[in-house]
Write a protein that binds this ligand. Sequence first.
Ligand code: PEP
Ligand code: MN
Length: 355
Amino acid sequence: MIVTLRKEATEEEVEKLFAFIRDAGYEPRLVKGESKSIVELIGSGDLTPDDLLKFACTEKVHQIQKPYKRISLEGDRKPITINVKGRIIGGEKLIVFIGPCAVESYEQTDGIAKLISEYPVNDQIGGYILRGGAFKPRTSPYAFEGLGEEGLKILREVGDKYGFPIVTEVMSANDVPLVEKYTDIHQVGTRNFQNFKLLDALGEVKKPVLLKRGMSGTIQEFLLAAERIVARGNPNVILCLRGIRTFNDAYRNDVDVADVVRLKQLTTLPVVFDPSHSTGNRDAVIPVSMGAVAMGIDGLLVDLHTNPEEALVDGPQALWPTQGKAFIESINIIKKAQLEAKKYYITAEEARQQS
Ligand code: PEP
Ligand code: MN
């Protein structure tokens, strides 16, 4: 349940409510908002909305309907933001997660980071996070599976050299402590989104988690996977749309970018989009990313390579350096337009109230 507090509520009144909630076996969590503050009841017990409405500080009580209770955008909850070394994910500006699919060598990673270091940070683009896999999930046992810890060291070193936070994939619960040592954000890949031991382990770490949608995952399953991490104690989960498997063979995956609109209606978590893995085609990356930005995405996760023809993983979807620049310019223009257009946006409920 979520209790919305009256604006005039005193500290003493709120303390009384907290004591009552604790006595009933829940943990109260105060979330202060700009216009309204709320108290969330964590855990389970037998309290009803009427029990909470009796308190002087209570304005209203909302009973959460969705099974993903902690991340559901209900009552007076607001979307959260996640601050990774000053990059605010879920804020007004786009955050771009960019780099090679796999860390191949120091020189390769350094060359790509150098390109990114020349990209602009402005009112539209809030900053960059260097991506690169050290542990690569490959179906073929003969494919390049990443450099392991050596790859983590390279990504960390290059990230620090250029001042970029880093994001990298963790494939098993056993590897979580090792990856936590190096990374700023843990990535869970599409093939692992229902690896519950991994999700549970990530619920117990301090660093945020970028959770990719399972390639056959429904939105409800996606949100429940995120809820699992949050329920274990890590509130900082970023959802990443990356395409799903359907009958549509236009691209590597069916591009699920419009689902950002739905996710934003349902959850408090930030949502980013991966145009590279969803399309598998570098010529589609820029237009599809522009669409995602127009639809209100919080960030983009993009493959970039200095020499895609020689890339050890996912070369056909990696942007060429000149395309990288064009990509940034394009999303910058669309973000400007999106911020302007957003001023006119009105929900169906608001429209109903006004008519
Ligand atoms: C990746 O981002 O490198 C990756 C393997 O993505 P996905 O899990 O979406 O296939
Ligand atoms: Mn890849």
